[in-house]
Design a protein around this ligand. Structure first.
Ligand SMILES: [Zn+2]
Length: 378
């Protein structure tokens, strides 16, 4: 029977109409739990909400064959496979609406993102499951994970306890580009926070007694690289905040930024360089300096003989789609899963121009991505 195009369109539009910006995925989690329940699949929610400061945790579920016995030794045929997508969207994502155009394109109304990132993946997974359940088809032992706050440096999946899963292979659908696109790399990403504390003083009466945290920070920033440093590495200072008044020598300044690179080693070197620059300029000025490094992603590369990639490639080919790997400079839940011993890949869900109000997909692409997902499940 294959993919039910009209049902998929309807499902997609319904998911898009649910507000689900990062850390506010409650309505989406409730919707998904009910939708899975209708298919006879019970979903569980973990306690990540409280730990990440959101209003929903990660949702996980099992869709095993009746003869599945976890006590038996797993074979390639019985080993569970995980299907993963994230529930949150970026902003502006409140009041989203899917607008279907005559030529098959689907966009937002222009005032918000569309939310194909990652609602397209959720719609495709639900359509694949629905088809299998309704037609009573044999299927793999399937596990499902719908994460919260992926867009916030994978906060949700990072707080997820993978011991809820038996799968050691995962497919996450969260890459831009045509059906068949697979993320071949992901970077290491480290967030940094710097606090420089000088001494406040009246800027007009006795500036000599003050130590300007802003001046110390500026000198350090001026020595640091910025933007794209090499083809595999970027460095960004994205936030700076400090000072309390125009006539006060600023006592404190806080700086935030990120470093990402496909080379883990390069990130380590840049972290050291950044830290040394702030510490040395602070010391010269007579200020104190505190640097905090928060690692979010660990670089990986999918090898050509990776089992998940091989299986995806074969499955896509059966649906007439050629798989191709691309270099990805963003993270995904695959990164977290891999850190926790679950080998997986991130593949296309049919989205284009994600994270912008020009985000779009097409009905054909949704259908193609859903077809690949369904084949992976069968
Ligand atoms: Zn995404």
């Amino acid at each position: 029977m294959g993919i039910n195009r009209e049902r998929l369109k309807k499902q997609f539009a319904e998911l898009i109409s649910i507000d689900s910006v990062s850390f506010r995925e409650r309505a989406m989690a409730d919707y998904l739990r009910a939708a899975l329940g209708e298919l006879g699949i019970e979903a569980f929610e973990d306690d990540a909400a409280g730990r990440i400061g959101g209003n929903a945790g990660n949702l996980y579920a099992y869709f095993y064959r009746e003869d599945f016995d976890p006590a038996e030794e797993m074979t390639p045929q019985t080993a569970p496979v995980l299907f993963c997508a994230h529930m949150d969207t970026v902003s502006p994502g409140t009041g989203k609406r899917a607008v279907f155009h005559e030529d098959g394109r689907i966009t937002s109304d222009g005032t918000t993102v569309l939310g194909t990132d990652d609602a397209a993946a959720i719609a495709e997974i639900l359509e694949a499951l629905r088809g299998i359940v309704e037609e009573g088809l044999p299927h793999r032992n399937i596990e499902l994970l719908f994460t919260a706050a992926e867009e916030a440096y994978t906060a949700g999946s990072s707080a997820f306890d993978v011991s809820h899963l038996r799968a050691r292979t995962a497919y996450t659908f969260d890459v831009s580009g045509p059906a068949g696109t697979v993320s071949g790399t992901e970077p290491t990403l480290v967030e940094f926070r710097v606090r420089i504390t000088g001494r406040a003083s009246h800027a007009g009466f006795e500036p000599e007694k003050g130590v300007s945290a802003i001046v110390a920070a500026s000198r350090a920033i001026a020595c640091l690289p910025s933007g794209r440093i090499d083809p595999y590495t970027t460095f960004n200072i994205g936030q700076i905040e400090g000072g309390t008044g125009l006539n006060i020598v600023p006592e404190e300044v806080c700086i935030g930024g990120e470093i990402r690179s496909l080379s883990d080693e390069t990130v380590r070197l840049l972290c050291r360089e950044m830290q040394a620059a702030f510490e040395s300029e602070a010391a010269t000025a007579g200020a104190a300096c505190e640097v905090t490094l928060i690692p979010h992603l660990t670089a990986y590369r999918v090898e050509e003989d990776d089992p998940a990639l091989r299986r995806y490639r074969e499955t896509a080919a059966r649906a007439g789609i050629t798989a191709r790997t691309v270099r990805n400079f963003g993270g995904s839940d695959t990164n977290t899963l891999r850190r926790n011993g679950i080998a997986g890949i991130t593949a296309a869900n049919g989205m284009h121009r994600a994270h912008s109000c020009e985000e779009y997909t097409t009905v054909d692409e949704l259908v193609k991505a859903a077809a690949v997902i369904r084949n992976l499940m069968e």
